[in-house]
Design a protein around this ligand. Structure first.
Ligand code: NAD
Length: 434
């Protein structure tokens, strides 16, 4: 196992094409300038605290052994334990993990939670492995991470291609490696577990519900109704599905969807439930959905609609497609879906963006509730969870919206300013050891 401190020369690993890390650093830089961030705090926040890379062997179903590479990047813990998801995807690497970990620091701070930011995952395409192989991969990864995670230290959660089952395997493995009397007390080492195994009722829908609420709050500010509004959603997984589900309930119309397997459109409307039922019998793919027609992949973001919800991967809205986007509102369900250049074009064109660290923060707020529930030995009901989510997200939205109005800035910069100010304050209060 290699544990690297953050003194990594970023220039040495900088890709020729702009990476997510370049984006997050540019966004951080402009917010730091706005709030006149102290240069010492800027130095601390510009770099990650710890970077853990593990290479671990796993027995495949056919008896062969494969070696996988897993990552966990811990960006900052000034406000509390590191918190953030684990992603299973071929694009996972140290640069992506760093950027995503940094976004988590801003997100937990903005949401007013007692958490810092972390992120990680395994570089693999899960569709190439059986369930039993994925279980062994997950358990061995958890074992390899060992004490680099922990319920009061670093608390992973689901992300792209990981889910409540993945978290149940992780919790079970971590708890099994503790002394018997301490096992149950470690249940909150991960969040996003199944409701029957210490998970929170409603955690599955928390992120998508938060995306929906952010759009609703934005619409209220602009005296608009969601009724009849056309939405397009990239990614029909946990976040995309639940966001579409709640928006449809409020009268909006899903007119196009794109996932890893295809892109479909029906301007008369696509039933969220029908599409959901279809992917259950189609290996999780929207391709060939009979009640819509397939469209060219590159056309997707330029389709006719009112609201666009990127809910898949990073860097999807760029200077390439931003000039042709028709939506009036981009609600970032995914982390980092809009490049800095793409955003400049959108803002110049008067298109509003609800930034990821606000828009998809329902997930980490739900995770915080789960963590509290486990820590306190409680079981919360679904309506209680949804009510608390509503309240917390409303507070965050109001904070960001009024800051942006007052300072005459876009919502992303406002969200960053608020998040960074809170961390700066904690850092100043605590000082630097020794
Ligand atoms: P998921 O694995 O449940 O779904 C991902 C979806 O994206 C799938 O439909 C997949 O087919 C699609 N996809 C993958 N590659 C694609 C590509 N190249 N083009 C188009 N679609 C593609 O993942 P999720 O949990 O819904 O996460 C989606 C995004 O939301 C990620 O950026 C994640 O970091 C972010 N997010 C998730 C949560 C959460 O609680 N799950 C919380 C905050 C942010």
């Amino acid at each position: 196992m290699t544990t690297l401190t953050a003194e990594v020369n970023r220039k040495a690993v900088k890709a020729p094409v702009k990476s997510m890390m370049d984006n997050v650093m540019e966004q951080f830089g402009s917010a730091a300038e706005q709030i006149d961030l102290h240069p010492n705090i800027k130095k601390i926040l510009s770099i990650t605290n710890n970077e853990i890379i593990v290479n671990f062997p796993v027995k495949m179903d056919n008896g062969n052994v494969e070696v996988f590479t897993g990552y966990r990047v811990q960006h900052n813990n000034a406000l509390g334990p590191y918190k953030g998801g684990l992603r299973y995807h071929p694009t996972v690497d140290i640069d992506a993990a760093r950027a995503l970990a940094m976004w988590m620091t801003w997100k937990t701070s903005l949401a007013g939670l007692p958490f810092g930011g972390g992120k990680g995952g395994i570089k693999l395409d899960p569709s190439k492995y059986s369930q039993t192989e994925l279980e062994r991969i997950t358990r061995r990864f958890t074992y390899a991470l060992a004490d680099n995670i922990g319920p009061e230290h670093d608390i992973p959660a689901p992300d792209v291609n990981t889910n409540s089952q993945t978290m149940a395997w992780m919790a079970d493995t971590y708890m099994s490696t503790r002394p018997p009397a301490e096992r149950t007390a470690n249940q909150h080492v991960v969040t996003g577990k199944p409701a029957g195994s210490g998970g929170l009722e409603g955690r599955d829908r928390a992120t998508g519900y938060g995306v929906y609420l952010s759009i609703k709050f934005w619409a209220e500010k602009h005296d608009k109704s969601l009724n009849g509004k056309k939405i397009i959603v990239q990614g029909f997984g946990n976040v995309g599905y639940w966001a579409a589900y709640f928006l449809e309930k409020d009268g909006a119309k899903l007119v196009a969807v794109q996932d890893a397997y295809g892109s479909i459109q029906n301007q008369k409307g696509i039933s969220v439930e029908d599409l959901y039922n279809y992917i259950q019998i189609n290996d999780g793919s929207i391709a060939d959905f009979p009640k819509a027609r397939p469209i060219e992949k590159t056309m997707f973001f330029t389709l006719n609609c009112d609201i666009c919800i990127p809910a898949a991967l990073g860097n999807q809205i760029t200077e390439e497609n931003a000039p042709r986007i028709k939506a009036r509102l981009i609600a970032e369900g995914a982390n980092g879906p809009t490049s800095v250049e793409g955003e400049k074009i959108l803002l110049e064109r008067g298109i509003n963006i609800i930034p990821d660290i606000l828009c998809n923060s329902g997930g980490v707020v739900g995770s915080y509730f789960e963590w509290l529930q486990n820590r306190n030995g409680e079981l919360w009901q679904l309506d209680e969870v949804m009510g608390k989510l509503d309240k917390k997200l409303k507070e965050s939205f109001e904070k960001v919206y009024s800051y942006a109005e007052r300072e005459g800035m876009d919502m992303r910069t406002a969200a960053y300013c608020l998040a960074i100010e809170r961390i700066e304050k904690a850092n100043k209060q605590r000082g630097i050891f020794p």
